[in-house]
Design a protein around this ligand. Structure first.
Ligand code: ADP
Ligand code: MG
Length: 770
């Protein structure tokens, strides 16, 4: 058990002892006019009886409650407050005081009290409070004062006395030196039904009455205070019990008698003041009865001799034994095993109390044993604490239940006090720290983790304390070498006074969640990249599709155009031929040749259109590529308008045959040579065709020294319908690329504006695939 726990336990025990003591005092203190109150060192009432409460109400007009501070009651009576505080303070300082104090506000309730204060100590002798016992002695004090007045008056003026005497409630008796009562006030006369016309013999009157001493024994006549005063004795507050000759009741009286002397000092008489204290006595008696005759006490009360034999048991004690189904002789179950030793020890140490707990049947009793050394008896006061015990057990059980619940929570639950010491931790927390849960209690953060981490967490605690609200934090830390991230809710705990006394925290480990988030983020990024790639592919595919669709539209158009144009062109060709034949005119020949040339050009355009729109698979044959090149050069020559130098080279020089569609390759070479021819200047124009065998490829290069192609335009030259020429279709290079592509080869253009253009294409020598 930690020191903290045992301190709490001790504190609890102390409280319990106090409670027990209080219940004993309660039993004794109620039903009396004696004013009784107890306070702790902070002047907080820990106990007071009904008489005290009543008196406080009269004095202050306020209702006192247990737990209230005394100075608060007298807050608006500064004088009284000071007096009361001084008195209590003395007792708290260890003094036992007994004083007569006039106390209270004159306009409200001012009385004379006999007041006793004494300190209350714990077992170690430390003062833990004080108790006050007071009697209202206003009446008595008044009487004393009056007596003094009376004595003066007697000496000076007897006559004035009788008027005064009549107004006094206490009995006043005057006796002369002949032992006769010569004067008695109305109070006294009434009490004894005397007709005081003549003097009454003191002895005779005394003999006619039943008078007892306080111990109950008969009082001899000579002991009567007036007679003793006549013999010179000063009798002060002596008690007598007299059976009233009027009502037959036993009255308790307090008698003070003084001799009356003349100027020479000779005794000439005595004066006695008698006060009826029956009510007070009865009250005291009741208290005593409660203590010594606890017949009516509902708690078991027993008395033992000093050897531990029970000599008395009240009905409540007997009933407990009976209810438990035990025999009468079993009554000593209330006693501890070593009663005799306990009693001996108690007898040595005056005023100490031994406490223990006993289980009798189904009930549990707290028992206090005290010894009254004068009477050589032990007194046992028991009190049923079954309910409290059961409640305590239930509390213990519910505390265990709570610990069980928080221990089994997957969350990290902990409570720390304002100094950052752990008050509660659940198993999950202890495991993270690698401690036993109970070893963590009472430890500070700094004792359990790295300083820098502790600082961070404590800063969070302070924020909670400052705002007084529940707050959420993401807390990071390294525990047992493992980095962890927690999502933490912290909230303040309040004590009964509403003041923050601790901070509770509940954390969830989100480290894995963090990792997952991280990998999710990575996945997301790569997914996005993938989507991007797919999207651009999709866009490309779509534009391809659009292009294909456009091409198929063009195809349909081209087919129509070709069909519509070929017939008229054929008819024109035929007509030209007929004209030439019939006219036989040399002058017409030139024009006829132009017609035929234009017809061929138109046919070429139609061919391109058709080629483009109906690209068919190549019809492979073994083709002499050198031969094809030669044919194409010859075809160029036929165009003939420009002076162009055409050169051809080949490696190896001998013929190279490849597998290809000769018509398609002828188409390609024709297109390339046409473009080169278009690009060069007449005269200076040079077209160079090179054919090179490279392993299983042939590379054919067509180079010209023409205008060249602008860098911005170069990427577009293979696009369908891209043309910079007034009469161009923009299909030549497109068709070339498609044919070469169908043969499994490649084609590209290199160019420099003003210097010329080179088209490089490759063809596999052998057919690939199907
Ligand atoms: P067209 O010849 O009907 O214009 P092509 O597809 O054959 O269509 O050529 C497209 C365009 O490429 C031409 O209009 C021209 O601008 C450019 N081009 C092609 N070959 C050459 C070349 N040898 N020199 C300069 N420009 C050329
Ligand atoms: Mg062209």
């Amino acid at each position: 058990m930690t020191a903290r726990k045992s301190l709490a336990r001790e504190n609890k025990d102390l409280k319990e002892a106090l409670r027990l003591a209080r219940s004993l005092i309660e039993a004794l203190a109620e039903g009396t006019d004696v004013i009784i109150a107890a306070q702790d060192t902070e002047f907080r009432y820990t106990f007071f009886n009904a008489a005290y409460k009543k008196e406080i109400k009269r004095l202050t007009g306020k209702d006192a409650t247990v737990g209230m501070r005394m100075p608060d009651l007298f807050a608006d009576m500064p004088e009284q407050r000071k007096v009361a505080l001084d008195e209590w303070n003395e007792a708290m300082g260890g003094k036992t005081t007994g004083k007569t104090i006039e106390f209270g506000h004159p306009a409200r309730h001012r009385r004379v009290y006999k007041v006793h204060h004494s300190p209350v100590r714990d077992e170690e002798g430390r003062i833990i409070g004080a108790v006050e016992i007071a009697y209202d002695i206003t009446k008595r004090t008044n009487a004393d004062a009056q007596t003094r007045l009376l004595q003066d008056a007697v000496a000076r003026e007897r006559d004035r006395l009788s008027a005064l005497l009549a107004s006094i409630t206490d009995e006043i008796w005057f006796a002369d030196k002949d032992d006769r009562f010569t004067l008695v006030n109305p109070s006294g006369a009434q009490e004894f039904a005397l007709d005081m016309h003549d003097a009454v013999d003191v002895r005779k009157l005394a003999e006619s009455l039943e008078v007892f001493r306080p111990d109950g024994s008969r009082r001899p006549v000579e002991e009567a205070p007036p007679l003793r005063a006549l013999r010179g004795e000063l009798v002060r507050h002596e008690e007598e019990i007299v059976r009233s000759p009027v009502t037959g009741e036993l009255r308790h009286r307090q008698v003070s008698s003084s001799p009356v002397k003349n100027v020479d000092g000779a005794i000439i008489g005595s004066v006695s003041v008698v006060r009826d204290v029956t009510e007070l006595k009865l009250a005291e008696e009741r208290i005593r009865n409660l203590a010594s005759f606890p017949e009516y006490n509902t708690n078991p009360v027993m008395e033992t001799d000093l050897c531990g034999n029970i000599t008395y048991a009240n009905p409540a004690a007997k009933k407990v034994i009976e209810d438990a189904g035990l025999a009468e002789g079993d009554i000593n179950v209330f006693l501890p095993k070593d009663t005799e030793r306990v009693l001996k020890r108690l007898a040595e140490k005056d005023g100490s109390v031994f406490q223990h707990e006993t289980v009798i049947g189904e009930r549990i009793f707290a028992t206090a044993i005290a010894v009254v050394p004068q009477l050589r008896v032990g007194r046992i006061y028991a009190r049923d604490i079954t309910r409290r015990k059961r409640a305590e057990q239930a509390l213990g059980a519910s505390r265990n239940l709570l610990q069980g619940i928080i221990d089994n929570s997957p969350r990290y639950i902990y409570v720390s006090d304002l100094e950052g010491r752990y008050m509660v931790v659940n198993r999950a927390v202890a495991e993270v720290f690698g401690f036993q849960p109970e070893k963590m209690i009472g430890k500070t953060r700094r004792e359990t983790m790295a300083e820098e981490m502790a600082d961070r967490y404590e800063a969070h605690d302070r924020e909670v304390i400052k705002t007084g609200r529940s707050l959420d934090f993401e807390e990071y830390g390294v525990f047992n070498g493992r980095p962890r991230t927690f999502l933490t809710t912290k909230f303040p705990l309040f004590n009964a006074d509403g003041i923050i006394c601790a901070v509770a925290g509940m954390s969830v480990d989100i480290s894995n969640r963090k990792e997952t988030e991280e990998s999710l983020r990575r996945d997301k990024e790569s997914f996005e990249r993938l989507v991007q790639k797919r999207t651009s592919e999709l866009i490309r595919a779509r534009s391809e599709l659009e292009r294909a669709k456009r091409l198929s539209d063009i195809g349909a158009l081209a087919a129509t155009v070709a069909h519509e144009l070929r017939n008229p062109l054929a008819a024109i060709g035929m007509a030209g031929y007929n004209i030439q034949r019939k006219a036989q005119s040399r002058g017409l020949d030139k024009h006829i040749a132009i017609i035929h040339k234009k017809i061929r050009e138109s046919d070429q355009i139609i061919d391109n259109l058709l080629f483009y729109s109906r690209i068919r698979p190549p019809q492979y044959e073994s083709v002499d590529i050198q031969g094809l090149i030669g044919e194409s050069i010859d075809a160029i020559g036929e165009r003939g308008r420009k002076q162009v130098t055409v050169r051809r080279r080949s490696y190896p020089p001998e013929s190279v045959s490849i597998e290809a569609d000769p018509t398609q390759i002828r188409e390609v070479l024709g297109n390339l040579l046409n473009n080169a021819h278009d690009a060069v200047e007449s005269g200076s124009g040079v077209i160079e065709i090179m054919c090179e065998q490279k392993d299983d490829l042939v590379e054919i290069t067509v180079r010209d020294n023409g205008v060249g192609i602008d860098g911005e335009v170069l990427p577009m030259v293979f696009d369908p319908f891209f043309t910079t020429k007034a009469e161009g279709t923009g299909l030549g290079l497109t068709v070339c690329r498609q044919i070469i592509g169908l043969h499994g080869g490649s084609i590209r253009a290199e160019s420099e504006v003003g210097k010329g253009t080179t088209i490089i294409m490759t063809l596999p020598r052998e057919r690939k695939g199907c």
